[in-house]
Design a protein around this ligand. Structure first.
Ligand SMILES: [Mg+2]
Length: 261
């Protein structure tokens, strides 16, 4: 299924000019084939909030506590990954047996350690996040707001609750649904359909995230995609993935531009 939307706005960086410029590349006006947005799905780390590295620190500490392996995460790149796939990779590199029971042991430890780091209260929401959530909720026919994240649900709840954001989201796709981010997106679409009590089409969904993997999983379900360069990828890297929009942060795009209202 292909998205009916073309790239409408790209924010570009001219290497010879440090000023970030906005360039209109195609008509924004909704066409007959453009469906109203009924669901907006947000990634968490690097998109909604920075946790001051709480997740990465907790991963390393939990692996050492559970399996006695220090510094296990040194070779691992976290951005855009799912918690379950990260655990599988940690097992591979550190010669720990991957099993569901070991995974449960690891994440029990992880939740304890992440609580410690989150209580340090570092990090917070990125610019424009709370305004965008407010503006979405204030729309006359407001779309449902959900999560599409590689976090396990309990970790997502802890992270967003730290900054008072957990209750903003009706439901989510989490690592508990699948190790593969594309299939987490498919799970989020299914949950959205269940929530709205009708089958959702990809074109009714906007996926917002900070890495090429977020853009890819949005495209996987036929959603419109918004790349935001507040986390794991540069603006140029996001633009290369040809999302529908790419912005330095969420102050650069209004709800009317996303929802066509
Ligand atoms: Mg992210």
């Amino acid at each position: 299924m292909s998205s009916p939307w073309k790239i409408s706005w790209l924010v570009i960086v001219d290497n010879n000019n440090p000023t970030i410029q906005t360039q209109k590349t195609d008509a924004v006006a909704p066409s007959a084939e453009t469906l109203p947005v009924r669901l907006v799905l947000f990634d968490i780390d690097g998109t909604l909030v920075s946790t001051g590295g709480a997740g990465v620190k907790a991963f390393a500490e939990a692996f050492e506590a559970a399996f006695g392996v220090p510094d296990a995460t040194e070779k691992i790149k976290f951005a855009g990954r799912t918690d379950y796939s990260l655990f599988r990779e940690l097992c591979h590199w550190n010669e720990v047996e991957f099993s569901v029971s070991n995974r449960e042991l690891f994440f029990e430890n992880y939740l304890g350690f992440i609580d410690n780091h989150l209580s340090a209260n570092e990090g917070g929401p990125f610019p424009g996040v709370e305004q965008m959530l407010d503006d979405l909720a204030a729309l006359p026919d407001a779309p449902v707001i959900g999560l599409l994240t590689g976090n396990i649900e309990a970790g997502a709840k802890r992270k967003l609750s730290t900054y008072g954001l957990w209750d903003r989201f009706a439901f989510g796709g989490f690592a508990n649904d699948n190790e593969d981010r594309n299939l987490i997106a498919a799970a989020a679409l299914a949950k959205g359909s269940e929530y709205l009590a009708r089958p959702l089409e990809g074109g009714e969904i906007v996926v917002i995230g900070d890495t090429p993997k977020d853009v890819a999983c949005g495209k996987y379900i036929g959603a419109r995609t918004l790349g935001v360069a507040t986390g794991g990828a540069s603006l140029e890297e996001l633009v290369e993935c040809t999302p529908d929009w790419a912005v330095p942060d969420l102050t650069h795009l209004s709800i009317s531009e996303i929802c066509g209202c």
